[in-house]
Design a protein around this ligand. Structure first.
Ligand code: ACO
Length: 460
């Protein structure tokens, strides 16, 4: 397995093509690196400049009086090969090639030569045709996307540049914490397999989410075998674009990959233990659950709610997704009855009713947490005038360290409910604005648990 530690923990980064002009890609990348707080050494390279953004600039990478671990090349494609040669001579370890204009645009020859030069000097290449990469533990934002990234445990690999950049902003808004964000581009050298294998060993990453359009021809078998090694260690979620016949044509002109039939990919993903999400929202919902939860000990699940309707919807979704809902024992029902008015229901879904208060939820949660019949809890809440959602979220968050069982939550309502969802997420309880999203996220976690139990013979 390739050692990519100096790509993600570089001692020094050169930005070749660092521009003096705000708005140009080479300017934004350097500025993002500075603003996001990379604390290794940063070397702008530009033959026309002596200083950029307050940093001394060098005419060529060869002039830098230091070792360079990573060189980010933000120069046009026709200049990349010469600069790659210089980087090789300099002893650079990783080339991050932003430029478009290689295989995706019919310039296979240029891309082949780039990889050839890299091989000659023992360098590895990320790209070309990428928006860069980020790794939050090292405070690296070497992208031309937004300057901020929420740190966390989701590694996101994307074959789409524009979508990747757009989703950077979205992850901030949704408070989805990222460990790594990598633009895959043409995958001339480093590909989704090698990056996933490295991230599987990365202690800052708990889940790998991938936007994939296609694999290079002839790499399907390798993908399955190597990704099995990855999924034995970390959950992997893929969203595969180009499932439809027209989508496949669109893919070939986007990254030059072979989209292949959706069914063939699904079979490969299944063999490799990869979870397949159908929408971006679903991928990140699941990634959120994986990043915040431990793998459950078992599958027996209860639904706790203050609203009958959401309870029924969650029940339907649980049954559809193969989550076993328990029938509580008489003993458990008797205990839980104390947390609700006489007209509540202690069956599953457990309905605390619309008059439930914070203390009713807390009491019920404590009972469920102690019960040997229960492995997982789906907590639902509908906005009522008698229960402030923010107060509920804060109270539950305070108890978080006591909970030994995975809890996923769905809170339905308006603005203050959105705030409560954020509080829960911040405190390590995956929370969603609808019951189905919470249920399906737990289902994904249980699917992965079953995979581990089956394939790896895991015992806990
Ligand atoms: N070494 C170092 N610096 C150099 C060199 C060199 N050999 N040659 C030129 N430069 C400097 C230039 O002087 C310039 O600096 P300045 O602005 O201060 O004058 C800077 O490097 C950039 O060079 P330009 O020729 O101005 O190139 P430009 O910034 O216009 O474009 C880029 C370079 C961004 C790589 C472009 O060619 C490109 O490929 N753009 C597409 C990127 C992209 O979309 N990637 C795909 C994924 S992302 C997505 O899909 C959204």
């Amino acid at each position: 397995m390739a050692d990519l530690s100096r790509l993600f923990n570089p001692r020094s980064i050169a930005v070749i093509g660092a521009s003096r002009h705000p708005g140009k890609i080479g300017y934004v990348i350097l500025k993002n690196l500075i603003d996001y707080g990379y604390n290794g050494k940063l070397y702008p390279v530009n033959p026309e400049a002596t200083e950029i953004l307050g940093l001394k600039s060098y005419k060529s990478v060869l002039e830098i009086p230091d070792e360079v671990d990573v060189a980010i090349l933000s120069i046009p494609a026709n200049k990349v090969l010469d600069v790659a040669e210089d980087c090789g001579k300099k002893g650079v370890k990783f080339l991050v090639v932003i430029a478009s204009g290689f295989a995706e645009a019919g310039n296979e020859e240029g891309e082949r030569k780039l990889v050839e030069i890299a091989k000659k000097y023992d360098m590895r290449v990320l790209g070309p045709n990428i928006f860069g990469y980020a790794y939050t533990p090292s405070k690296i934002n070497a992208t031309f996307g937004p300057k901020d990234l929420a740190p966390g445990h989701i590694a996101f690999l994307t074959q789409s540049g524009a979508l990747g950049i757009a989703l950077m902003g979205w992850t901030i808004m949704e408070e989805l914490g990222l460990s790594a964000l990598v633009s895959l581009g043409n995958m001339s050298d480093l590909d989704v397999i090698e990056l996933s294998r490295f991230l599987a060993e990365d202690t800052n990453t708990k889940v790998i989410a991938i936007y994939l359009e296609g694999l290079k021809p002839g790499t399907g078998r390798k993908f399955i075998e190597e990704m099995k090694q990855v999924t034995a260690k970390k959950p992997v979620i893929v969203i595969k674009a180009g499932r439809s016949s027209r989508g496949q044509i669109a893919v070939s002109s986007h990254t030059g990959s072979l989209a292949g039939s959706g069914r063939i990919y699904d079979a490969a993903f299944k063999q490799a233990g990869i979870l397949v999400a159908r929408t971006i929202e679903e991928m990140f919902d699941w990634a959120r659950a994986f990043s915040l939860l431990e793998i459950p000990r078992g599958e027996r699940t209860v639904i706790l709610t203050n609203g009958g309707g959401v309870g029924v919807l969650a029940t339907d979704a649980a049954e559809e997704s193969g989550i076993p809902l328990i029938d509580p024992s008489t003993e458990l029902k008797t205990a839980i009855k104390k947390a609700m008015p006489w007209f509540g229901s202690a069956r599953n879904p457990i309905d605390l009713t619309g008059q439930a208060l914070v203390e009713n939820y807390i009491e019920a949660l404590e009972i469920l947490n102690e019960s040997p019949e229960v492995d997982n809890i789906i907590l639902l809440y509908c906005r009522t005038a008698v229960l402030d959602p923010v107060e509920l979220a804060e109270s539950i968050s305070k108890l978080k360290s006591k909970f030994r069982k995975p809890i996923v939550a769905a809170l339905v309502g308006g603005e203050d409910v959105a705030r409560a969802i954020k509080i829960l997420n911040k405190n390590g309880i995956p929370a969603y604005p609808g019951p189905e999203r919470a249920v399906k996220s737990l289902a994904a976690v249980l699917d992965y648990k079953r995979y581990l139990d089956r394939k790896i013979g895991r015992t806990i």
